[in-house]
Design a protein around this ligand. Structure first.
Ligand code: MG
Length: 280
């Protein structure tokens, strides 16, 4: 008996999507946490070549989750080199300072959902692709480079519905000079009330962490949707994991998550609701 079929029998039709998504979550949470933590260890950063040109490090540092093979005009770098010491300059803001402004009247009473960008909603690459949804110029060290962006399937429908249900915040560990113009093109309906970039992350043990306690929202009414468990390592109980996406045009992950978020949007306390949803 495989795991998903067990959930299907227990949960019945209405629970199929939830069951599948959360079984995936539990498995991925374990696997990815282990993988990400290993990948982000400073010890492994030191193991990468310290003599690589600075420009390559900047390419790699533009996105938080840039795939090694996507770096332009360079041999495939190690994933371990994404977080180099020179990229570690992010300093946490003063504790107690809220990252978010006051809730707007239109979002009053709504749960806040922090949504990741790369490999959650889009995948970006320096490698030219013929079917890019967006091509975004990004200036790096005085030279303009083209970033090719693929939208995850069903992202438009997903964002539209999420905007109706929640106060949505884009929170990415990528640099604003890349992520901001991408979000301009992606979020045509203005779903994201606020955008937070790498400088709003806390650099912790080699990883950029999204500290939900600094948002200025009630934690029991805050959710995070992110493909990287390392991003929410401070608040795993607030997380709705999502499978990383790169280029699978048949992907339906975002659609499968909508019923879960429909339920979560009605919760008074996200911890209680997530606990119910996680329960076998
Ligand atoms: Mg991501």
């Amino acid at each position: 008996m495989n795991v998903e079929s067990r959930y299907l029998r227990i949960g019945g039709t209405d629970w199929t999507l939830r069951g599948c998504a959360f079984v995936r979550w539990k498995v991925l949470l374990l696997l990815k946490c282990r993988k990400k933590i290993v990948n982000c260890r400073p010890k492994q950063v030191k193991q990468s070549s310290p003599k690589k040109p600075r420009s390559r490090n900047i390419f790699k540092a533009l996105f938080c989750c840039l795939r090694a093979q996507d770096a332009p005009q360079a041999p495939p770098p190690s994933q371990d080199t994404l977080l180099t010491p020179e990229d570690n300059g992010t300093v946490a803001k003063v504790p107690g300072t809220s990252l978010l402004p006051e809730v707007t009247p239109q979002d009053a009473g709504k749960i806040c959902v922090v949504i990741d960008l790369d490999e959650t909603l889009v995948h970006s690459s320096f490698k030219p692709i013929s079917n890019a949804d967006f091509i975004v110029p990004v200036e790096i060290e005085g030279t303009t480079h083209q970033v090719y962006v693929l939208k995850r399937p069903h992202v438009d429908e997903f964002l539209q519905r999420m905007g109706e249900l929640f106060e949505c915040v884009l929170f990415t560990a990528s640099l604003a000079k890349y992520a901001d113009p991408v979000t301009d093109l992606l979020d045509k309906c203005g779903v994201f009330q606020t955008r937070l970039f790498r400088e709003s992350c806390v650099f912790h043990q080699g990883c950029y962490v999204k500290d939900l306690s600094r948002l200025g929202r009630q934690l029991n009414r805050t959710l995070i949707l992110d493909n990287s468990p390392a991003s929410y390592i401070f608040h795993p109980e607030n997380a709705v994991p999502v499978v990383s996406w790169f280029d699978d045009l048949e992907d339906t992950e975002l659609l499968s998550l909508l019923p879960i978020f429909e339920e979560l949007s009605e919760a008074q306390d996200v911890y209680d609701k997530l606990q119910q949803l996680r329960a076998p």
